[in-house]
Design a protein around this ligand. Structure first.
Ligand code: FES
Ligand SMILES: [Fe+2]
Length: 293
């Protein structure tokens, strides 16, 4: 929990990134990576503080937002200690973005690795491809060349994993947005019902994902009845397809929002709800999904 004086200090900081201004710092390494995603997805990802402890669970165990806006965000995050005995270590992180120049500066303002900065420039390589160029800086405390090189390698390894995870989220989200836009534009009408086959055969092959009227639904059997729920998270279209349902609740792997599969209600954000699923009905020994009105 940050103190009132820390909060006042954070509120007084400038809100524009000083990209390339690295006085008092030394560069310890560089990482670059091309990814098949649009610049819009990349900038959205930089501003998205909320995915850190869920998508990047091996690097962050929790995050509490302090402030955010179009300029970026400040948050208190916990970094796993790596040991069951030692408590997680806290960090105050600030990320300042220039959305026109496609660069951002991440600064550790308190806690573990205080003073470190990461300067990232994103460059469009094509309509659906970008490259991130990441420079790692630490306070100039007299590290030897060998210590700097090793520290830089550690940072590159961590960033390779973070971008593996980010790339999968950004690419998937982009694909979902395009698929949804294509369906809305298409002339295909909505189906009233979908025949899935003989009921016992369907039951023997559960769970399964069924595309229906532009949505994607999971069909399963629980407590003596068929259940059907949307596997497209209404927050940012995260995939619920492979997530376990525990006590009737499924959690999204991107930001961790939890949904009651029976009602679709979101436990974290009452305004969000899973898409209304079709209803599973048995007619003449066959299982059908019927569009809900
Ligand atoms: S996409 Fe954010 S919680 Fe699912
Ligand atoms: Fe990320």
């Amino acid at each position: 929990m940050i103190s009132d004086s820390q909060r006042a200090m954070l509120a007084a900081r400038p809100r524009t990134p000083q990209f390339g201004a690295t006085e008092g710092l030394v560069k310890i390494g560089h990482y670059r990576r091309a990814m098949p995603v649009t610049m819009a997805r990349m900038m959205e990802n930089a501003l998205d503080w909320e995915h850190l402890p869920t998508l990047h669970a091996s690097s962050f165990s929790s995050i509490d937002l302090i402030d955010s806006g179009p300029w970026g965000w400040q948050a208190e995050a916990a970094v796993p200690s790596g040991s069951a005995e030692a408590p997680d270590r806290l960090q105050i992180i600030e990320l300042l973005v220039d959305t026109q120049k496609h660069h951002w500066v991440t600064t550790i303002l308190g806690g573990v690795a205080e003073g470190n900065q990461i300067h990232t420039q994103a460059v469009a390589l094509g309509k659906d491809e970008i490259e991130v160029q990441v420079d790692f800086f630490v306070p100039d405390t007299g590290l030897t060349d060998e210590q700097s090189r090793q520290y830089g390698q550690v940072m590159s390894t961590i960033y390779a994993q973070l971008y593996d995870e980010d790339e999968s989220m950004m690419a998937r989200r982009q694909q979902e947005m395009q698929a949804w836009a294509a369906f809305r534009k298409s002339k295909d009408g909505r189906e009233d019902a979908l025949d899935l086959g003989p009921v016992e055969e369907v039951r023997a092959a559960l769970p399964r994902i069924v595309p229906f009227n532009g949505g994607r639904f999971k069909l399963d059997w629980q407590d003596g009845a068929f259940v059907v729920f949307s596997v497209r998270c209404p927050h940012m279209l995260g995939p619920l397809d492979d997530e376990p349902v525990t006590d009737g609740v499924v959690a999204c792997p991107w930001h961790g929002y939890a949904f009651d599969v029976a009602s679709g209600a979101c436990r974290d954000h009452p305004g969000l709800k899973l898409e209304t699923p079709p209803t599973a009905v048995v007619e003449d020994g066959r299982l059908k999904l019927r569009a809900s009105n």
